[in-house]
Design a protein around this ligand. Structure first.
Ligand SMILES: NC(=O)c1ccc[n+]([C@@H]2O[C@H](COP(=O)([O-])OP(=O)(O)OC[C@H]3O[C@@H](n4cnc5c(N)ncnc54)[C@H](O)[C@@H]3O)[C@@H](O)[C@H]2O)c1
Length: 207
């Protein structure tokens, strides 16, 4: 929240205006939640959004990301209402709901994830939780707060070992490791929900 105090010429007339820039929709401003915005791709996406005049909220638990990247963005865009950083774990449903309740998002770009094929074979449950289950929580929060645009960062690991190269949109998805499978399940959840009656969602999946 940004507090801006406006002082008028009459000393007794000091009007305190509280501008809740992140918590209310503003005509002409698109507020994007970037999950994993302290990470490699998320921080670059946030930079581009900010350069293109979007309002950005980054949520990250800093398990893998780099707070230095967020600080650079904060330095480049210090004006009120441009960028806020929220430290939170997307596996914590209470935190996720609070974030959506307190912020007026127009769209979500969901990058946050653990993302190593080898690690996923050693810790599959961690991957299903962090990727599939957390995506479900975000989708539920989007549904309950009327946020209808989602860009989901999936992976080409959802294709497994395709018979034909190059991979196209028509290539069947047969993932062969927990990372790819967790992302494919998250994709299926998103697509099933987006097609359901009343969801009225715009979804894009990046692989
Ligand atoms: N880098 C690539 O080449 C590549 C390729 C294909 C897909 N992807 C996908 O793109 C996305 C971003 O990848 P990246 O390379 O930037 O990874 P990254 O590790 O640099 O960034 C991921 C960010 O997500 C955060 N995060 C992880 N779990 C979280 C949680 N539970 N709550 C909050 N924050 C959490 C991490 O702290 C980190 O900042 C991932 O979903 C990944 O699967 C990446």
């Amino acid at each position: 929240m940004n507090l801006i105090v406006l002082r008028f010429p009459t000393p007794k007339l000091t009007v305190v205006c509280v501008f809740l820039q992140f918590s209310r929709h503003e005509p002409g401003v698109t507020h994007v939640l970037v999950t994993g915005g302290a990470g490699y791709i998320g921080s670059h996406a946030a930079l581009r959004l900010l350069q293109d005049s979007y309002r950005v909220t980054i949520v990250d638990n800093l398990s893998r990301g780099n707070m230095g990247a967020v600080k650079v963005l904060q330095g480049l865009f210090p004006q009120p209402g441009r960028l806020q950083f929220i430290f939170a774990d997307l596996g914590d449903q209470k935190s996720v709901n609070k974030i959506f309740a307190e912020n007026a998002f127009d769209a979500v770009m969901h990058f946050a994830a653990v993302a190593y094929v080898g690690e996923s074979t050693l810790e599959p449950l961690r991957y299903y939780h962090n990727i599939t289950s957390n995506t479900l929580l975000i989708l539920e929060a989007m549904a309950s707060h009327g946020v209808k645009t989602l860009i989901y960062s999936s992976t080409c690991a959802t294709y497994g070992e395709p018979e034909k190269m190059p991979i196209t949109e028509a290539t069947p998805q047969f993932p062969i490791n927990p990372y790819g499978k967790a992302k494919k399940m998250a994709e299926d959840i998103i697509l099933d929900f987006s097609k359901s009656k009343g969801a009225d969602m715009a979804v894009m999946i990046l692989r």
